[in-house]
Design a protein around this ligand. Structure first.
Ligand code: GUN
Ligand code: ZN
Length: 451
């Protein structure tokens, strides 16, 4: 807790039960990693967390402050989606295909529409509304091949003060001509976009080759060159999602050791690299991701929807070769914008592999784990003082069945809390998100709460 600054009218307080993480429950005990305040008070000033602690302690430091109270509600850091495609918002739930056919039949025709800047701007707004309705405050986002699709996205995110990572898809083969750039044009366009957007407001750029199949070796090499020129930008791509995809990559890159090596040879495998899926990774590839401090976006709804397979979360989170992991919805192959639904499917994927994913581990992946995967844990992911005040209010009584199952009073201890969190994950979705705050300001409130 820090001490009171006199006469600061922009200070505001939020009271309720708070859950966040101060460690990684995959490697530390729950008592060490979970922070739970049954009756807590969060003080926000200038969009940042100024103070946080038990209500009785913090309130005496800020006796005059105006407080918004959420009795019986659970307040957590905003959810972090480590992999999602905004141009695919309108084609969610496209029937019947696995990855490569799904791309040809549904995805590429849809992404074609984003040559139109006005259309891209409309979809960006719908997409961001949907993120906030689902309690997602930060995401790592694929735009599409057109630079104007990136401008439209970042402009919309900037207007809402959101912390977002995004980039233009680089794609110079094995896709319709109208969706292809060239190695050189993708380099130049990406360079311009980095200069325009990276580090502006709360926005960060990711160099975004779609996947090894749609990039020539030269395009991947130039992507690596961009990362050398701009060392703090991100790399965001897909990796080892589907068996047919992995076989095709082997044909296209006969002298590479495997799928990850196609990226490694181009110097793309490093800290700040985000690889979506990783369902088919070999032991050596997990080890290489660990050594290089790269991250995996675990996208269970998508991996199930496209029939890609069951991600080995316990291998990624091993003590021997730990890999940073966050959750990704991967909309539109993913079937929900909700990180709660995504965590629920992650749990079932683990069950099918005879593994257990505890409620707190899932909640960690959706918050601080995601922030760590995106190397943003210095500024978001929990309620540490000085971090951005991006948080959400969860209603564990949001439906009649949830109201019947869950007590209206706060959980008294970690055991009760784990049970409540588990019910939120298994039964919850956008309906349990009562409010979403960005930099301490209300950015979304569930319609039944507006009076
Ligand atoms: N691999 C290459 N492009 C895509 C995509 O748009 N979605 C998914 N799920 N995988 C991909
Ligand atoms: Zn994807």
């Amino acid at each position: 807790m820090s001490s009171r600054q006199p006469g600061q009218s922009q200070f505001k307080g939020i009271r309720g039960s708070f859950l966040d993480f101060v460690g990684d429950p995959f490697y530390q005990s729950e008592v060490e990693s979970v922070r739970y305040l049954v009756d807590g008070l969060l003080i926000v000033a200038d969009g940042k967390i100024q103070a946080f602690g038990p209500y009785s302690d913090v309130h005496s430091e800020y006796p005059e402050i105006s407080i918004t109270e959420y009795p019986g509600r659970l307040i957590t850091p905003g959810f972090i989606d480590t992999h999602i495609h905004y141009p695919q918002t309108g084609m969610i739930a496209a029937y019947g295909e696995q990855l490569l056919e799904w791309l040809n039949q549904y995805t590429f025709p849809t992404e074609q529409k984003f040559a139109d800047r006005t259309y891209a701007a409309e979809v960006a707004e719908i997409f961001l509304d949907e993120l906030l309705r689902n309690g997602t405050t930060t995401a790592s986002v694929f735009a599409c091949v057109f630079p104007q699709s990136v401008d439209a996205f970042f402009e919309a995110a900037e207007r809402r003060n959101l912390c977002m990572i995004a980039g233009k898809v680089m794609m110079d083969r094995n896709a319709p001509d109208t969706l292809c750039d060239t190695a050189e044009s993708s380099y130049q366009e990406t360079r311009e976009l980095i200069k325009k957007w990276h580090g502006r407001s709360r926005l960060f750029y990711a160099v975004t080759p779609r996947f090894a199949i749609t990039s020539t070796r030269e395009q991947l090499r130039l992507a690596g060159q961009l990362l050398q020129e701009f060392p703090d930008v991100y790399l965001h791509t897909h990796l080892s999602e589907n068996v047919d995809e992995v076989a095709w990559v082997k044909e296209l890159f006969p002298d590479c050791q495997g799928y990850l090596d196609t990226y490694d040879q181009a110097r793309l495998v490093k800290e700040r690299a985000i690889f979506a899926h990783g369902v088919q990774l070999t032991d050596q590839e997990f080890q290489r991701l660990s050594e290089t401090d790269a991250a995996i976006a675990f996208c269970p709804t998508s991996n199930l929807f496209l029939g890609s397979g069951l991600f080995k979360i316990e291998q990624a989170k091993s003590t021997e070769y730990p890999v940073k992991v966050g959750l990704g919805t991967d909309v539109g192959a993913g079937t929900s914008f909700s990180l709660l639904q995504t965590a629920s499917e992650a749990y079932k994927v683990a069950q099918l592999r005879h593994q257990k994913l505890s409620p707190f581990k899932m909640m960690f992946l959706a918050t601080l784990g995601g922030a760590k995967a995106l190397c943003l844990d210095k500024t978001i992911g929990n309620f540490d003082i000085g971090k951005a005040a991006d948080f959400i209010v969860l209603d564990s009584q949001a439906t009649p069945l949830m109201a019947f199952r869950n007590s209206p009073t706060p959980s008294k201890n970690l055991k009760e809390l784990a049970d409540r969190v588990f019910s939120l994950i298994m039964m919850g979705d956008d309906r349990v998100i009562q409010a979403t705050y960005i930099l301490g300001d209300l950015a979304y409130v569930r319609p039944d709460q507006t009076s």
